[in-house]
Design a protein around this ligand. Sequence first.
Ligand SMILES: Cc1cc2nc3c(=O)[nH]c(=O)nc-3n(C[C@H](O)[C@H](O)[C@H](O)COP(=O)(O)O)c2cc1C
Length: 316
Amino acid sequence: MTFSDKLPRPFFILAPMDDVTDTVFRQIVADCARPDLFFTEFVNVDGLQSTGREHLLPKLKITDKEKPVIAQLWGLEPENFYKTTKELAMMGYAGVDLNMGCPVKTVIKNGACAALINNRPLAREIIEATREAAGGSLPVSVKTRVGFTTVDMGWIEFLLSTKILDMLSIHGRTAKEMSKVPADWGLIGQAVQLRDSLSPATLIVGNGDVTNRRDGEELAAEYNLDGIMIGRGIFHDPFAFSQKSPWHEWTKEQKLELFARHIRLYTDTYQDHQRRFEALRKFCKVYINGFDGAAELRAEFMATDSPENALKILSA
Ligand SMILES: Cc1cc2nc3c(=O)[nH]c(=O)nc-3n(C[C@H](O)[C@H](O)[C@H](O)COP(=O)(O)O)c2cc1C
């Protein structure tokens, strides 16, 4: 059975989000309402294949509960993509995704991620090195945007004309637009037409501003997409992937208990301070929300500096 055969239509993916979609949060989402596929946060291959390795390995933690998980990689050296992909094949990952869309300045000034839209020879080398290491068994995909400074469907055409991608996830904005304008789903629809003529076996996933399953299903039907990826929607509702979310009926106690579970799992997972406690502050708005006194409790949580104190606040 191929990667494509194993997935429903449309299939749903929790988008990769750095410092958010780690193994811990993926397990929480899997318990609430699981998507069909998870992605890791983006992990730098050049760091992984150097002295920075130990620091990055926690980003590649994975448990059976989250599977199938695709590891998302970024970097500059095709050889490091090759070596890392060989390792991933042994680590239980369901595939490898190449980040060619992140618009963050510190990343693109070095020529990585979205900067590859303007460096197609290197983008091709990276895809080919990854494909070679993945062999026929590990699917290879790219996640990208619809252009760098302006809309550039030639980029999508270029990616599809490699004919070696199992999946292409398209965020319907240019890199320059960051997240400042609404995603353009008409452009994602155009990518489906390009796919049909250039690389019929490549799955197309749409991404940008979807907050729940029903909207995702409608967009998938309208634009004939194989899959839908939801990112920030999960901040508003950990049950974003369910047919009918119970989140808005959840009591304060239920929400705080889920946050406490998240914190306990985080401290169990990252012993020896492998990851910073402060990263958990991002989740305040997810769980401490939608009940009387939430703003005050969030302020109290933001001032804490340890998991022990955070748990005390949540149980007070
Ligand atoms: C906090 C944060 C971190 C992100 N990190 C990544 C990342 O590591 N890799 C990636 O491809 N995209 C990353 N993104 C982009 C998202 O995957 C997604 O493409 C974007 O948020 C648009 O989808 P949405 O409107 O559903 O959120 C990140 C977005 C946010 C908000």
